[in-house]
Design a protein around this ligand. Sequence first.
Ligand code: DGL
Length: 285
Amino acid sequence: MAGAGAAEGASVDQRPIGMFDSGVGGLTVLHECLVSHPNEDFIYLGDTGRFPYGPRRVEEISSFAWQIASHLLSLDVKLLVVACNPATAAALPWLQEQLEASIIGAVHPEAEAAVQTTRNRRIGILATEATVASGSYARALLNLDAGLEIFPQACPQLASMIQSGDVSSPEMVEAVKSYAAPLKEAGVDTVILGCTHYPLVTPMLQRVFGREVTLVNSAREIAREVGEVLERKGIGNDPAREGNYSFLCTGQAESFVEVGARFLQMPFENVKTVEISELEKIVVA
Ligand code: DGL
């Protein structure tokens, strides 16, 4: 599909980029992508009808990821971004093996940034139960530096509290403090926010950890990787154009927009619903 409208010698791929998350958290990734790649088109799918993925079994998360990936690829996306840590941990290698498409996810970009950042080689991870249980961050980090000390901390309530709109209640402050305490105790100098919901509470986390601890944010690192892939594969869109973006969700569109606007911080239009029953018809490999 490359070529339409391309200048002599340059290639332009006009197809959109597909992106998904279990809910609104991946909108923090979309936000960074819209800022970093304003000439690209994006289709974002939030599986809000089946949120949260964090407490679910690997097999279930994998089949949801397969259905959504297949659906987005049927819309002819040029790159698929799994902007969801549990879905990345459960299914990314399998999706990459089975599907004829360029697919990237969370975990690796954040691990790379954390290894480049740490000075004392003590890295903390805040993430959902499924992501921590998968061990995928620890594997990615140790592949890059086998001498690291890694401190993963599951935060069972955090994504759901943020998804419900709570970013500053006393309960949220207490939750953040209690999840941060073991990492502070361990003397980490770098903390990976291993859930795409967590950038919404960055100021509170930074206050609790202190300025001397660097927080690595999924959204920024995935947006950086998207840019690298577009450039290296030569599949970027015309740099002079203004991109557009649209949304699909599996739950109620009104509440997706209402909650999602806080994550996206951009105009939020063009939202359609996908029936879960339609996704469930997709045969899983
Ligand atoms: N936004 C997802 C993540 O990146 C977590 C939310 C969920 O539990 O579904 O970790």
